[in-house]
Design a protein around this ligand. Structure first.
Ligand SMILES: [Zn+2]
Length: 358
């Protein structure tokens, strides 16, 4: 039972004032088996199971699943989901414009660029004076294929921790692509076969090659065609792309050429059509020698669509958050870093998010 104190004609509830002034962050967003849930707004962010209302940060399949009743996302993320799952991927969709504030049951929602892949967004959730930013996947390094990450000041910042160890420091992506072009010049008789994930990484690799002035046709695996076409539709210049799938082509047609395909295709018959290929793989994991060996990669290209250690800690600082929540990945070092830097930190242990497909 609480007793109010009367001062003049105003009622004061001293015992509850601190709680009324700021909503507890854990009441605004909380982990559930389906994903991050907002009780006052009755919605989920990036749920891994079908739900009534989902807000989606970006089109990678571990974040954007089909079967939700209502989906709110940026136009590009909705388009990408449509491309991957078909027209009926959700019963209802709503486009979120970047920077615009919307309300769901009095919870204020806004989407902001995350710099991860085309259409990727961080989602800010605000209610009762508390703002939490769920960043989804994000990065700070150069990517000509999407809008750069924008820092959104908040009380609680939610981050993934895929490369959250001080040993992970990604070199500039351009330097990695220069290594590739040097190798192409050095081995004019061999095909350079680059493994890159179909959404985001493949288009980024191609765009970076073009930025370095390479204007020969680039050959792409069939699995990349629709997404590359979509990126072009949205105004990205990828230069001349040719399918690397025609069966009539002879091995010599691919001598000295660059071919981009999803890593999963490397074990297929498809990969055997290229003459003495130099196998390359564009991934943040190429920093780890053991992974390079395991995959039999000859030319590792350390290009990641996730933050490295410095980018993670820099971003957390920039948001001014007093609390960090870590969704998945290598969380221990980041939790420790937060403690040492005066931030409260907690792991959310969300399941269902992959860190392979980066
Ligand atoms: Zn992603």
């Amino acid at each position: 039972m609480l007793y109010a104190k009367c001062v003049g004609n105003m009622l004061f509830y001293p015992e509850v004032t601190p709680y009324l002034a700021k909503m507890r962050a854990s009441s605004l967003l909380q982990p559930r088996p389906e994903g991050l849930y907002c009780p006052p707004g009755d919605f989920f962010i990036d749920p891994v199971r079908p739900v009534k209302r989902a807000l989606i940060t970006h089109g990678h399949s571990d974040h954007a699943r089909s079967g939700h009743a209502h989906v709110m996302a940026t136009r590009e993320t909705l388009d990408i989901m449509r491309l991957r799952y078909g027209e009926d991927f959700a019963s209802q969709t709503q486009e979120a414009r970047l920077g615009e504030t919307l309300a769901i049951n009095e919870v204020r929602i806004s989407f902001h660029p995350a710099g991860h892949v085309l259409g990727s967004a961080q989602i800010a959730v605000e209610h009762g004076g508390t703002r939490i930013v769920a960043s989804g996947d994000y990065k700070r390094s150069e990517d000509p294929t999407c809008l750069a990450f924008e820092t959104v000041p908040c009380d609680v910042f939610i981050s993934e921790a895929t490369f959250a160890l001080p040993v992970f420091r990604h070199p500039p992506a351009r330097d990695e692509m220069r290594k590739l072009l040097d190798s192409v010049a050095q081995f004019p008789e061999r095909t350079h076969l680059i493994g890159a994930y179909a959404l985001g990484k493949a288009q980024r690799v191609i765009a970076l090659i073009r930025k370095l002035g390479y204007d020969e046709p680039i050959f792409i695996h069939g699995a990349l065609i629709r997404l590359c076409d979509y990126y072009r539709e949205r105004g990205l210049d990828l230069g001349q792309l040719l399918p690397a799938t025609q069966d009539s082509a002879s091995k010599s047609d691919f001598a000295g050429k660059i071919v981009v395909g999803p890593p999963s295709a490397f074990a297929d018959r498809w990969a055997r059509r290229f003459p003495d290929p130099v196998t390359a793989f564009a991934s943040g994991w190429m920093r780890v020698r053991q992974r390079v060996r395991q995959r039999g990669v000859e030319l590792p290209l350390i290009i990641s669509d996730h933050c490295d250690w410095d980018e993670l800690t820099q971003t957390i600082r920039e948001t001014g958050a007093s609390e960090l929540w870590v969704t998945h990945g290598r969380e221990e070092a980041l939790l420790r870093w937060s403690e040492l830097n005066g931030l409260k930190a907690r792991p959310l242990h969300l399941v269902g998010y992959e860190d392979e497909a980066e």
